[in-house]
Design a protein. Structure first.
Lengths: 359, 376
């Protein structure tokens, strides 16, 4: 009998209840959000999903499309952090510089005009070459930064973060000086993908560009997966993530792997910038925004895991799009609060992120 | 042992003399020099105000092992809340027109509450994770105030400096008043930090910094200590926010953007993340450079003030991770002859730098990196 009383008391223990509180709040909030989007959603642009499934699916596709953009940019950040424990605060500046290099390259190749080239006069190469050139330039820049500034202070993660912040300050200022005063510039997609396609579902006409971007995101993810899980270099990377010292004690040239990973990670920032700047534009100030995006993806998904980056990008992308579309029209300006709520909820349960390893 | 004792006391004596001279000089500055000068009205007042925010950052870093990039966001939030509460009439935002002191108290209270919330969310992380999480807080706060028009919107709230309490007056016509208030608050914050780190809470906080696992097994609530420290730092940052709003008059989302966040980090790092005094030293150096180097063009590369500050920042992080205060510690140890044995700090430090550079040239990684990362 007293056993039973003790059990009851243990279950009613206030600290236990307090510990279960976040779980309850999360479940309740998720359930409410689901009901809201599916059945209720008054005073919103779209109305409940049950009445307007087309809008719901467009929002869903937009979320996945944004997640693909997020993933391309953030996967480089996650890759570098995962292997080297370097928080590359210059990732946003790499993004910015990469976007401008790609823009200048496209202008140089297409010679259509000096501001905006209609996509009809762009062929596939005039998009692919700028993307590759920007990726290689930024990859090389990242490699130089890693070799000169980050190679000799391994393990001092705060100092390395400060060094990359200093570099990001310099790059951001240099971009303003040398690239169109850092003013907004947009690339153009090749003409043949700049159209809408019929999805044959709920009569949705959807932008082919967004589908291509989603495919690019999936492609980058698959290539990274093949690289990390199916090649020798990838094996070394995984070994390095698990135990850097042990890997190098076994005779692996971990420094070479570091260099390769930094090249690829930085190049992905530039590639992502090319993709995003083709859809919208690239301008000073976006370095901070995209550093934030990469941080949120990596913090939510778990530091340094590709699957974490996928999960983080999907969660963030979907939450962002649904918050923007399904808030009452008078409150859409508060959409950013949901990013914060997502972050707070994930960190409340798993300080290491969804797929991160503890410690 | 004996030589170490004399070294400590001589260093302390030098520091006390320097600090005393500095304080006296600063106390009489507006009386001696023209009180309308740029120095009183901008450089020094800003040094005191922003130095407080930097001190809150250094406090967290030096005694809690948490490098927070949310301090700028917190002082910006405080400034924006103050602006919403205190302004009236045609001003942007809520323009509630509260009485100045009440608005200040409310702004500081709200900011501290937000800091406690931020701290609670981030408190189970430490080190580099803490830095990343607080940076996201900062950027989210920036985006929030940039997109929400109810609280002022993109252009922020102007004219806060005309709604100051009578004691503060108008900073344009009476710059000396705000100067002395900022000076006093800075000293109070400094003494407050010095006091807190000696209390049982402060000692436990330092235990949490060094050995979180051991502290937890000793029965201390590690996240709670981190949260409270963060709340305290938020309180200090909010004081800086009030002073900032009074002296600049405009608080906008741009006040708490990434560039400003980095600026505060630069200030703290220039001063040194290990000693509180460094906050104001770093702030002074920053504002002096900002004022006098603004129009100097960078050779070869081109670019503005930010390129210069970036290179200074880079140089300091590479040469002296503990900033100018760390450099000062090195110099005093060398000058006062604390050189007993081969293991004295300046030589060790110097040897580290040289061997770092050597390894860099040779193309390998120095193995002994652990102690450095702990000091930073």
């Amino acid at each position: 009998m007293s056993d039973y009383a003790a059990t009851v008391r243990a279950q009613l223990d206030p600290t236990r209840i307090l510990r279960l509180l976040p779980l309850g709040i999360t479940l309740a909030a998720s359930a409410f959000a689901l009901v809201w989007v599916l059945f209720w959603a008054p005073h919103t642009n779209f109305g409940p999903a049950i009445d307007h499934p087309d809008q719901f699916f467009i929002t869903l596709l937009n979320g996945i499309y944004f997640a693909a953009e997020l993933f391309i940019v953030a996967s480089g950040f996650a890759l570098i952090f995962g292997l080297m424990r370097v928080v590359n605060m210059a990732h946003g500046s790499f993004y910015l510089l990469g976007g401008f290099i790609a823009y200048d390259m496209q202008q140089h190749m297409a010679r259509g005009g000096d501001f905006f080239i209609p996509s009809s006069s762009i062929n596939a190469w005039e998009w692919i070459v700028p993307a590759l050139v920007a990726s290689i330039c930024i990859g090389a820049l990242g490699l130089v930064v890693q070799q000169v500034f980050l190679r000799w202070n391994l393990g001092q993660d705060l100092r390395q973060a400060l060094i990359t912040i200093a570099i990001s300050v310099i790059i951001a200022d240099q971009v303003i000086t040398h690239f169109h005063q850092g003013l907004a510039r947009g690339l153009s997609w090749p003409g043949f993908i700049d159209r809408f396609v019929n999805l044959h579902a709920f009569g949705i006409q959807y932008s082919l560009i967004k589908l291509v971007v989603t495919a690019l995101g999936v492609g980058v993810g698959v290539l990274l997966w093949l690289w990390i899980y199916r090649t020798r270099t990838g094996m070394i990377i995984r070994a390095g993530v698990d135990d850097r010292q042990m890997a190098s004690a076994l005779g692996v040239n971990i420094q070479k792997t570091f260099a390769i990973v930094f090249f690829v990670g930085s190049a992905l920032a530039a590639f992502g910038a090319t993709v995003v700047a083709s859809q919208g534009n690239v301008a000073t100030g976006q370095d901070g925004a995209w550093l934030l995006n990469a941080l949120v993806v990596v913090v939510v998904g778990g530091m340094g895991s590709i699957f974490g980056a996928v999960a983080g990008a999907l969660l963030y992308g979907l939450v962002f799009q649904f918050a923007a579309s399904y808030l009452p029209t008078s409150a859409t300006e508060y959409a950013v609060v949901f990013t914060f709520i997502l972050l707070a909820l994930v960190l409340g349960f798993r300080p290491q992120g969804l797929f991160g390893k503890p410690g | 042992m004996r030589s170490l004792g004399t070294f400590q006391s001589r260093k302390q004596a030098t520091e006390r003399t320097a600090a005393g001279t500095m304080l006296v000089l600063l106390a009489i500055w507006p009386l001696v020099f023209s009180s309308n000068s740029y120095w009183v009205g901008y450089i020094l007042t800003q040094t005191f105000a922003v130095g407080i925010a930097a001190a809150s950052l250094i406090f967290l870093s030096a005694y809690g092992g948490m490098v927070s990039l949310a301090q700028v966001a917190l002082y910006g939030i405080c400034g924006l809340v103050l602006g919403n509460l205190v302004t009236s009439g045609q001003a942007k935002g809520l323009h509630l027109g509260w009485s100045p002191w009440l608005a200040v108290a409310a702004a500081v209270g709200i900011t501290t509450a937000i800091a406690l919330l931020f701290g609670a969310i981030a408190s189970r992380s430490a080190g580099i994770y803490f830095l990343m999480i607080t940076l996201t807080f900062g950027v989210i706060a920036n985006t929030f105030f940039g997109s929400v028009t109810t609280f002022g919107g993109f252009s922020g709230i102007a004219g806060i400096d005309t709604y100051t309490p009578g004691l503060v007056g108008n900073h344009v016509t009476q710059p000396a008043r705000l100067y002395y208030i900022a000076f006093t608050v800075a000293i109070i914050v400094y003494l407050l930090i010095r006091y807190i780190v000696r209390t049982p809470f402060g000692i436990a906080l330092q235990g949490v910094r060094d050995e979180p696992v051991r502290m937890r097994s000793l029965g201390y609530n590690v996240p709670l200590h981190r949260t409270l420290a963060f709340g305290l730092a938020g309180f200090m940052a909010s004081l800086a926010g009030v002073l900032y709003a009074w002296s600049i008059g405009v608080v906008a989302p741009g006040t708490l953007d990434l560039a400003s966040t980095v600026d505060l980090l630069v200030i703290a790092v220039i001063g040194g993340l290990a000693r509180i005094e460094g906050a104001w030293l770093g702030a002074f150096v920053f504002f002096a450079i900002q004022t006098y180097v603004r129009n100097v063009s960078v050779p070869v590369l081109g670019g503005s003030f930010n390129t210069i500050i970036g290179f200074i920042f880079l140089a300091i992080v590479i040469i002296s991770p503990n900033g100018l205060m760390g450099l000062w510690d090195m110099i005093t140890r060398y000058a006062f002859g604390d050189r007993g044995g081969g293991s004295s700090e300046p030589f060790r430090e110097l040897r580290r730098i040289v061997s770092d550079a050597w390894f860099r040239l040779k193309g390998g990684a120095p193995t002994r990196t652990q102690s450095r990362s702990e000091t930073l």
